[in-house]
Design a protein around this ligand. Structure first.
Ligand SMILES: C[S@@+](CC[C@H](N)C(=O)[O-])C[C@H]1O[C@@H](n2cnc3c(N)ncnc32)[C@H](O)[C@@H]1O
Length: 237
């Protein structure tokens, strides 16, 4: 795995998110988001481009029974995220880490060294991406996430708002490409997602509201085959 423009600020990234109110705002947003699975569901979650894992930790607050695999391309970011997990007293079994390029989120490198392993298709109930699709080929990443989701699974994108002033600053500093909601929607629908919903951030989500918007895409649930139907529908003679 390779370093990113975030490597240089990795040690300061999490304190910056906490002091700037982003961590609190994001937790508030995640807590109130509609269209997500029930809070007590034992979800399998994948957080791609996790950074210091603020999204993973916020999701574990809402879904305490979840098991998260958090990945980032930058091994230095991953190392910092592991430190924050341990400080917060979150168990390894609840939140594990690996390195992965979000262009190919199905290929992960545990320990950030050695061979890549391929995550199985339809392994996750929820995949989340916070401000990382801005760094990758959108269509390719979304197609790969679609394959990783179970039928009925959810893709939660906490995207950078294309029109926000601070997004333009990030674009320059971190060489990322904030995209419109419509671009996300088109790419999600082309990949096969059944529905796409948008939840705008509010003042009460400060300071996450300055840069982010939530896009929630749902994969169609498993369609019963004729064999399943023969099994479940009582046959009246
Ligand atoms: C703006 S931070 C977002 C962190 C966190 N997800 C959030 O929502 O605040 C972007 C993260 O994406 C990572 N990143 C950049 N390019 C990537 C890529 N191609 N694949 C995976 N991660 C990448 C960076 O290392 C950084 O940690």
């Amino acid at each position: 795995m390779s370093t990113t423009p975030y490597s240089k600020v990795a040690a300061l990234w999490h304190p910056f998110l906490v002091l700037g109110g982003f961590d609190r705002g994001l937790r508030h947003l995640i807590k109130r988001l509609p269209y997500l699975p029930p809070n007590d569901a034992p979800l399998k979650v994948l957080d791609i481009g996790c950074g210091s894992a603020v999204m993973s930790f916020a999701l574990l607050k809402r879904f305490p029974q979840a098991e998260v695999l958090a990945t980032d391309m930058d091994p230095i970011m991953v190392r910092e995220a592991v430190k924050h997990r341990d400080k917060l007293g979150i168990k390894r079994t609840q939140c594990a880490f690996a390195c992965s390029d979000a262009n190919y989120p199905h290929m992960v490198q545990y320990g950030c060294t050695g061979a890549y392993q391929e995550l199985p298709h339809e392994a996750f109930d929820l995949v989340v991406a916070g401000a990382v699709l801005e760094h990758v080929d959108l269509d390719r990443a979304i197609q790969s996430v679609f394959a990783l989701l179970k039928p009925g699974g959810t893709f939660l994108i906490i995207a950078m708002r294309e029109e926000a002033f601070l997004s333009k600053v990030y674009e320059r500093v971190y060489h990322c490409i904030p995209r419109s909601i419509e671009t996300h929607r088109e790419s999600l629908m082309a990949a096969g997602f059944q529905s796409v919903l948008v939840e705008r951030t509010r003042l009460s989500d400060f300071s996450a509201n300055l840069t982010r918007v939530a896009i929630i895409a749902r994969k169609a649930p498993h369609v019963a085959s004729s064999e399943d139907l023969a099994y479940t529908v009582p046959i009246i003679a």
